[in-house]
Design a binder for this molecule. Sequence first.
Ligand code: KIV
Length: 297
Amino acid sequence: MAPEATVSVFPTQGDGKITVPALLQRKSDPTSRKIVCLTAYDYPTSRLADQAGVDVLLVGDSLGMVVLGYDNTLPVTLDEMIHHTRAVRRGTKHALVVADMPFGTYHSDVSEALRNAVRIIKETGAEAVKVEGGERRLELIARLTESEIPVMGHVGLTPQSVNAIGGYRVQGKTADAAEQLLRDAHAVEAAGAFAVVLEAVPRELAAQITRELRIPTIGIGAGPDCDGQILVAHDLLGLTFTAPPKFARQYANVGEVISGAVRAYCDDVRAGIFPSDAESYHSGESIKRRKPIHIAC
Ligand code: KIV
C-alpha cells in the first residue's frame, strides 16, 4: 500500500500517535468524536494529560501568564517556547503536539518566520505550530504549509493583539466584526491550516464558521458547536491567581492541594516530626563503633 493511502485510512500512526491528517479526517466523519485539546507546558502535565486521552497538546504562549508570571503573552521568547515544548514532547506519546509561535517571531518577514518555525519543529519535536491572526496571515500560513509545517490558525480574540484591541473581550459581536471573523476563518483555511482556534466568539457565529469550514474548529469561549474544545490547563486545574474567565470550567482545585500539602510540610518540619526515623538512613554497626576523631591544633 502506498504511504499516502495509509495516511488517509488510519486515524493514527502505527504507534498510536495522533496525526494532522487524522484530525482533518475527523471533520468529514460524522461519527467522529469531538477533538479534545489542552495546553501543557511541562513534562509531568503533558504526560498525565496524554495518558488521560487528550488528542492535542498545545504549548500555548499562555505559558507567559500561567507559568512564567508575566502580565500578558507578549514577552514570551522563542527560546522559552522551545524549552517548554521539548519538555512537553518528552511527556507525550499519543497526542499531537502543537507549539505557539510567540509574539514577534512571525511579524516581520515571512522568511524569518519560516526560520523560526523550522527551529520549533527541529528542536522540539512538535508536529505543528500555531499562529494568531486571520486574513493578514494568509501568505505566512501558505508559506509554512508549503514548507511541510502544519499550521493551526487562531482567530477571534488573539491575546497577542491585546494592545491593539485594548483588552481581552469577545470578538465578532457586530455585523461588520462577524463578517470580518468569517473572512479570517476562511482565509486561514484557504492558506492551508489544518485546524483553527476560535477564541471568545459568540456561539452562533462559531457554529456558522464550523458549518462553513472544511477544517476542524477548536473553540475556547466559542460555545459547544465547534469540532473540538481547548482550555488552558491551569484554568481547568484551578492553578491560577485570578478569577477564571466565564467560559473556563474548573475541574479541580490543585492550587488548594498544593497549598495544603506545603503548609502540612512546614508544620511537620517545625514540630520536628519530619523526617521520621523510618524516613532516615541508618549507619552500619561498624560506623557506630568508630572511635571519636581528635584533631590536634
Ligand atoms: O496560548 C494559549 O494557551 C492559546 C489557547 C488559549 C488557545 O492560544
